[in-house]
Design a protein around this ligand. Sequence first.
Ligand code: NAP
Length: 311
Amino acid sequence: MEVALVGIGKIAVDQHVPAINGSPDWTLAATVSRHGTVEGVPAYSDFDTMLAERPDIRVVSLCLPPVPRFAYAAAALKAGRHVMLEKPPGATLSECHSLEAMARANHLSLYATWHSREAESVQAAKAWLQGKVLRRFTVTWKEDVRRWHPGQEWIWQPGGIGVFDPGINALSIVTEILPDPIHLTAATLAFPENRQTPIAADLAFFHPAGAEVSATFDWRQEGDQTWTIEAETDGGTLTLLDGGARLVIDGREQPSPEDVPLSGEYPRLYARMARLVENGGIDMDLSPMRHVADAFTLGRRDIVAPFHWSV
Ligand code: NAP
């Protein structure tokens, strides 16, 4: 199948292009970007032109930041294309619901991807937690924004969601592996005084069996980076490390699972998109985004030191 990649920036170049090029399912048939191109691939700077001139391309993969994404997704669905969405799938829940309704009405596939769910040990962690009584569940996502988002101004603008941009990856794993539904009960969001989005957040959740569920996200971490989920249960302690890549049970590192198809998060996302298109499927799980929206609704707002790219 031919796919057009839209928004040739960091994630398109780092992950999407290699995943498409390595896939037996896909050919990168066009790019759409105002500045970026991929060598050897026909490049368009205007999306409507690509849609009009390339009716042969049935699928578009949108790698733009969340705020401009809705207009592109809506135009693609209107033009009869199947659509794959980078995370978060939109700037608001309402626009995501609207896209889903459009896709259903037009019998098109739509995929809200959550790349962290495809990390190597996430399914093994999910299987281990099944049937256990949860006592405490702690999420710690601490990274250096200057290292991972160099110069990206959109993350600080309304809709850019700040530290929830990586935090939503943690929440996508949480909502995948936790057997019980949780919901937010309290949040504290730290906004730099010169920015529109938070640089850090502490979240607390209700758990139906009374387990203590919390998450800490922080973009001010220098040195070692932390992407860890820890679950204390009646059957031992699980630690998911490096954003879901490694699994430790009661202090013992678990071998990489052998039954995980393909290698890497993005190759698995593209394989799933291929199956969705073949079967006319829609996958629009918005649960990670719901928790983020709740945090902005319910969260206490602290104003902290201004953020500048250079220290
Ligand atoms: P990015 O490099 O800042 O932006 C991607 C591209 O989107 C830009 O190169 C730009 O291309 C286009 N773009 C930006 N603003 C636009 C606008 N207002 N209208 C139209 N096009 C616009 O961002 P990124 O890091 O790749 O992130 C994109 C998405 O992927 C985000 O939702 C992010 O959460 C997700 N993601 C990022 C990472 C990561 O490590 N960076 C990892 C996983 C997922 P042109 O200017 O050439 O049009």
